[in-house]
Design a protein around this ligand. Structure first.
Ligand SMILES: Nc1ncnc2c1ncn2[C@@H]1O[C@H](COP(=O)(O)OP(=O)(O)OP(=O)(O)O)[C@@H](O)[C@H]1O
Ligand SMILES: [Mg+2]
Length: 284
């Protein structure tokens, strides 16, 4: 139903049809999930694609980092998950062309309790995305990519994201305990594949905050590549102060400073993700 519609936007060969849904997950905090969702999302729009970021983290860092402050968040992903609000109604435009956002609010903190007795609780986001596709009347209503930013936990929010997604992207910070917890995350993905979402695949692992002056970063990269081989993207995101400054201006780093090393890396990562995506075997 959502196959080729025949519309070609800008330099994009892939028509707007069924969006590819990617989730950024790692139960470890501060590894670069949000930074990667925002900046990879922005870099993908620069290649001519239309992108929706869904902020599923009560911390709301993706929302703040895209300049949508708390006061202007009329609706949120909470309304989508709990009150069956349509994604379209909860979506806001960002200052970046072709980049849209479903913001989050602190209400999400209570989601486990709110949905505790709901048998369908793990499928809330998947159902909402499916409804969005059914309701789309023109190609303009759809996205090429939906990127979901998760909290640092394997809780109901992350499970909703994993169930709704085609593929998982795992940011790993280049630090001593980088691999710690990866096994548990991969087991969770495997469990979700066997139980709630048979189509889920690992898209790739992205090494973040790489510090070339620090030998440890190089050692961590070597270990991760040995353990996860070609699942690890070739592009490595360097530690770059411009990347960490950008969110306080409510901008992706690509808009804040397009020429810094962090922006260049995210642009390169976007090319790699798009080409890997074309060659990936999805089950759906
Ligand atoms: N490449 C980078 N260079 C410098 N600082 C970075 C880089 N990537 C991320 N940071 C900073 O590291 C911190 C953690 O990043 P981020 O918020 O993206 O991680 P997270 O995994 O989403 O965290 P949480 O688990 O709390 O949601 C932030 O302050 C961010 O600005
Ligand atoms: Mg985050």
């Amino acid at each position: 139903m959502f196959g080729f519609i025949g519309k070609k936007i800008k330099n994009v060969e892939r028509p707007i049809g069924k969006p590819r849904v990617l989730v950024f997950a790692n139960q470890k905090g501060g590894v670069g999930k949000t930074t990667t969702a925002i900046n990879l999302g922005c870099a993908i729009t620069e290649k001519g694609y239309k992108v929706l970021i869904i902020d599923l983290d009560p911390q709301g860092n993706a929302s703040t980092g895209l300049g949508i402050n708390k006061e202007s968040r009329e609706f949120s992903s909470y309304d989508v998950l709990v009150d069956q609000m349509s994604i379209g109604k909860a979506t806001v435009k960002t200052t970046v062309n072709d980049l849209y956002l479903v913001p989050s609010t602190l209400d999400l903190l209570g989601i486990e309790a709110t949905l505790a007795s709901d048998k369908n609780r793990s499928f809330k986001l998947k159902d909402a995305i499916q409804n969005m596709l059914l309701e789309a009347t023109t190609t303009e209503d759809n996205y090429h990519y939906i990127l979901i930013d998760c909290p640092p936990s394997l809780n109901l929010l992350t499970i909703n994201a994993l169930v709704a997604s085609d593929a998982v992207m795992v940011p790993l910070q280049c630090e001593f305990f980088a691999l710690e917890g990866l096994g548990q995350l991969l087991e969770t993905v495997d469990h979700i594949r066997k139980t709630l979402n048979e189509n889920l695949v690992i898209h790739g692992i992205v090494l973040t905050m790489f510090d070339e002056r620090n030998n440890l970063s190089g050692q961590v990269e070597k270990d991760v590549r040995e353990y996860m081989s070609d699942k690890v993207y070739k592009t490595v995101i360097p530690r770059n102060v411009r990347v960490s400054e950008a969110p306080s201006y409510g901008k992706p780093v690509l808009i804040y400073d397009h020429k810094c090393s962090g922006s260049k890396a995210y642009i390169k990562l976007a090319s790699e993700v798009l080409s890997r995506d074309k060659n990936m075997k999805y089950n759906n």
